[in-house]
Design a protein around this ligand. Structure first.
Ligand SMILES: [Zn+2]
Ligand SMILES: [Zn+2]
Length: 446
C-alpha cells in the first residue's frame, strides 16, 4: 500500500514561506493498494495537484474511490478542481456520511452553484456515483474498508483501510469524547474511560499507520473544546493505547508554522518514547510505502451497496429531552427542531420515565443532576424495563461532571454516551445523528 499526502493542513489553506515544508493545502491523501485500487481520502485543496498528476500519468480511463470524512469546506474545496472528474470515460465513486435532509450530491452541488463557481456539478464529464454511508464495512477492490463515526461538530466518518495484512486508519476532524486531559501519557490510564473513546482505540488498534487529527497542542486545547479537533499529545495517547506502529499528525492548524510543528513533533516523540511509537507530522508530498505481506485469502467481496444508507434522514425519530434547567431544554429544542424530529420534554426524572413508557422515544438526552430521581437513576430503571425497545434505547447523558470517575459511574449506570456541558449546538446535532443512525443500523441487524 502506498500512501501519499497531497494536503495536510486543517480548516484553511495556508500557503507561504512559513508552511513550505509541511505544506499549505487542505486535507487530501492518496492511497494505492498493491492490486491497483485507488482510494482518495478527502478532497481539500491538495486534490488539485493530485488530479493533475493522475491525468499526467497517461492512464485512461481513471477509476477511483473518493472517501470524504465530511463535507466541511477544507475537505471538499478541491472537488471542483479535481481534473479526473472533467474527463469522459473516467469513473468515480464518492462516499460520505449520510446527513439529514440533503443528499451528498446536493451538498457537493451547493459549492458549485452559479454564485460560487462557473461549472455546475451536472457538467462534470466523468461518470460519478454518490454513496452515503453509516458505520459499516465493505470492500473496494482488495481493500477492506471499515467506517466509524468521529466526534466533530459535523457528522464525520473515519476510515480504516486494510489490504494484504496492512492497516491504515484515517481519523481526522475528531476530538476525544472525554474532557479528562492527562498532562503526561499515563501507562496506567491508557485505556480511556469513555466508551466512545474506547471504541476509537479499537478502531485504531494495531494499525501500521494512523493519520490522526492533531490540530491543537494540549496547552491550546482548553480554549478549543467542542471545536472537533484533537491536541496532538492526546492523539499520541490514543495511538499508544491502540498499539499503533506509526502516527502521522495531520490537519495542522493554519497558525502553526513549520518551526512550531517541528517543536510539536519533538514533544510528541518524548511522550511516545516508552511505547515504541513512531510519531511524525504529515508533510505535503511525503510518500509512505507499507509492504503488503500476507497473501489475500480469496473470499466473497462485501459490496459497498450493503453499507450504503437507504432513504433520506431519520427525521421521523422521537427524542425525549430531560433537564430541570429550562434554558437547556430550550437550547436543545432550538437545535433539534429544524431537523424535523418529534421532540418531547420533561423537567424531572419521574416525568421522564412516565413519558418514556408512554411514547417509547428513539433517543433520550438526559441531564444527570435533577431534583428527585436524577439522570443516572432514570437510566438504571430504563435498563430493567421489560419492553426491549425501551431497555435498549440510546441514552445520552448531559452533564457538567468532567472527572474520569464520574464518566465511569455514568457508563456503569447504563448510559450509552456521555456528553460534557457546556456543549455547542452543532456538537449535539452530530451526536444525535450518529446515535439515530446506529440505532437504525442495529434494527436492520447490520
Ligand atoms: Zn477539517
Ligand atoms: Zn470539519
Amino acid at each position: 500500500m502506498r500512501i501519499r499526502f497531497w494536503g495536510t493542513r486543517g480548516s484553511l489553506a495556508k500557503p507561504g514561506p512559513s508552511t513550505v515544508r509541511y505544506g499549505g493545502n487542505t486535507s487530501c491523501v492518496e492511497v494505492r493498494a498493491a492490486d491497483g485500487t485507488l482510494i482518495i481520502l478527502d478532497c481539500g485543496t491538495g486534490a488539485h495537484d493530485l488530479g493533475r498528476s493522475l491525468v499526467a500519468s497517461g492512464v485512461h480511463p481513471i477509476r477511483g474511490h473518493l472517501l470524504l470524512t465530511h463535507t466541511h469546506w477544507d475537505h471538499i474545496q478541491g472537488f471542483p478542481f479535481f481534473a479526473p472528474l472533467f474527463i469522459p470515460g473516467n469513473e468515480w465513486d464518492v462516499y460520505a456520511p449520510q446527513g439529514l435532509g440533503q443528499r451528498l450530491e446536493e451538498t457537493l452541488a451547493g459549492q458549485m452553484e452559479y454564485e460560487y463557481f462557473p461549472v455546475t456539478l451536472g457538467q462534470l464529464d466523468a461518470t460519478i456515483r454518490y454513496h452515503e454511508l453509516t458505520e459499516s464495512a465493505f470492500d473496494l477492490g482488495a481493500v477492506q474498508v471499515t467506517t466509524r463515526y468521529l466526534n466533530h461538530p459535523g457528522l464525520a466518518l473515519g476510515y480504516r483501510l486494510e489490504a494484504g495484512g496492512v492497516a491504515v486508519v484515517y481519523a481526522t476532524d475528531h476530538e476525544p469524547h472525554s474532557r479528562h486531559q492527562p498532562e503526561l501519557a499515563d501507562p496506567a490510564q491508557l485505556l480511556p474511560v469513555h466508551r466512545e473513546d474506547q471504541r476509537h482505540v479499537e478502531f485504531l488498534a494495531g494499525a501500521d499507520l494512523v493519520i490522526h487529527d492533531a490540530q491543537y497542542t494540549l496547552e491550546e486545547y482548553p480554549s478549543k473544546l467542542t471545536w472537533g479537533h484533537s491536541p496532538a499529545e492526546l492523539a499520541v495517547d490514543f495511538a499508544l493505547a491502540a498499539g499503533v506502529k506509526r502516527l502521522a499528525l495531520f490537519h495542522h492548524d493554519p497558525l502553526r508554522d513549520d518551526a512550531a510543528l517541528d517543536r510539536l513533533v519533538e514533544s510528541c516523540r518524548r511522550r511516545a518514547v516508552a511505547g515504541g511509537l513512531d510519531v511524525f507530522a504529515a508533510a505535503e508530498g511525503q510518500t509512505i510505502e507499507l509492504a503488503e505481506r500476507a497473501a489475500v485469502t480469496p473470499r466473497a467481496a462485501r459490496q459497498p451497496e450493503v453499507a450504503i444508507a437507504k432513504g433520506v434522514g431519520a427525521a421521523s425519530a422521537t427524542i425525549l429531552l430531560v433537564d430541570d434547567d429550562p434554558d437547556i431544554v430550550r437550547l436543545l429544542t432550538m437545535t433539534l427542531r429544524p431537523e424535523g424530529y418529534r421532540l418531547l420534554s420533561a423537567s424531572d426524572g419521574n416525568a421522564a420515565l412516565e413519558i418514556a413508557r408512554a411514547e417509547r422515544p428513539d433517543l433520550l438526552l438526559l441531564d444527570w443532576n435533577m431534583p428527585g430521581r436524577n439522570g443516572l437513576d432514570v437510566c438504571r430503571v430504563l435498563r430493567t424495563e421489560s419492553d426491549l425497545d425501551l431497555r435498549n434505547v440510546p441514552v445520552v447523558l448531559l452533564t457538567a461532571q468532567v472527572g474520569a470517575e464520574d464518566t465511569a459511574e455514568g457508563f456503569a449506570a447504563g448510559v450509552t454516551d456521555y456528553v460534557t456541558k457546556p456543549f455547542k449546538p452543532a456538537h449535539i446535532r452530530s451526536r444525535v445523528h450518529a446515535w439515530l443512525r446506529r440505532k437504525r443500523a442495529g434494527a436492520k441487524g447490520t
